[in-house]
Write a protein that binds this ligand. Structure first.
Ligand code: ATP
Ligand code: MG
Length: 246
């Protein structure tokens, strides 16, 4: 698969920057003056307690929620409140926390659906994805409902990759998976990053999520409490006690 075209920016520039964002549902505010960024080439892991607003961050970046204030910039341009379909075309991918595949459609149909906005090269990309994820190749004709939880999560990831995103937003890839499979899914996330896609990943499985990430952001009550290199967050006693289960 051809790596995303990042020739306009140097590695390390922000691919995503969120500045002073308030956001929420109806008149219920969830995000409170949120500021964070993802540098080009990074995996950033967003952690924090249930209800902290982690999924709300991804939904706000992906245009499912309109920011009430502040700015969301992707590759230098403002995208706050932009239509998700336009964002997909621009190079932002999103793997939601739930309902991230079509259960009654086959693996192959799911991948093709992921590429409906592709103008050309869809067959080649899907062939490459089958080479990269052999378990999907073996299950091409199976419906997503027939896959195991781990296989479904890999399908959801591959489905987002059909558009060859520059930035991928992933909400809890390890949710509900057996520990042995969690490692496989994280390996796949890391491979996607190695091939050039910047990643903002939400994880409940905070220690493991941080262990494959460059940086981590701790969100609590809609605001950033800690932000640092992932290895430093793992070593921080306060973060450990408050957010990593000791
Ligand atoms: N569709 C919605 N309508 C109203 N309130 C919502 C909606 N979705 C989430 N919320 C509320 O917004 C807050 C943040 O939710 P969010 O889903 O972003 O948290 P989270 O950090 O992803 O939690 P979890 O770890 O449980 O996935 C919570 O109080 C939640 O109840
Ligand atoms: Mg969530």
């Amino acid at each position: 698969m051809s790596p995303p075209d990042t020739s306009q920016r140097a590695r390390g520039d922000a691919v995503l920057s969120i500045e002073g964002v308030d956001s929420g549902y109806g008149d219920v505010q969830v995000l409170d003056d949120l500021t964070m960024h993802v540098a080009d080439g990074e995996i950033v892991c967003l952690i924090g307690p249930n209800g902290a607003g982690k999924s709300t961050v991804l939904k706000t970046v992906f245009g499912l929620l309109e920011p009430w204030s502040g700015s969301v910039r992707f590759a230098g341009g403002e995208i706050g409140g932009e239509d998700p379909a336009d964002l997909v075309r621009k190079g932002v991918g999103y793997v939601p926390q739930i309902d991230n595949v079509f259960g009654s459609l086959s693996v192959n149909e799911n991948l093709r659906m992921g590429g409906v906005a592709r103008k050309e090269g869809l067959d080649e990309t899907i062939t490459e994805l089958y080479e990269r994820f052999p378990l999907l190749d073996e299950k091409r004709g199976a419906t997503a409902n027939q896959l195991s939880g781990g296989q479904r999560q890999v399908l959801a990831l591959a489905r987002a990759l059909v558009m060859e995103p520059e930035l991928l937003l992933i909400d809890e890839p390890s949710a509900g998976l057996a520990p042995s499979i969690v490692d496989d899914v994280f390996d796949d996330v890391q491979t996607v990053n190695d091939l050039g896609t910047s990643i903002l990943m939400v994880e409940q499985n905070a220690r493991e999520g941080l262990s494959i990430s460059d940086r981590g952001v701790v969100l609590d009550q809609g605001t950033v409490r800690f932000e640092d290199r992932a290895d430093r967050l793992l070593d921080n006693p306060e973060v450990s006690r408050l957010y990593l289960g000791g």
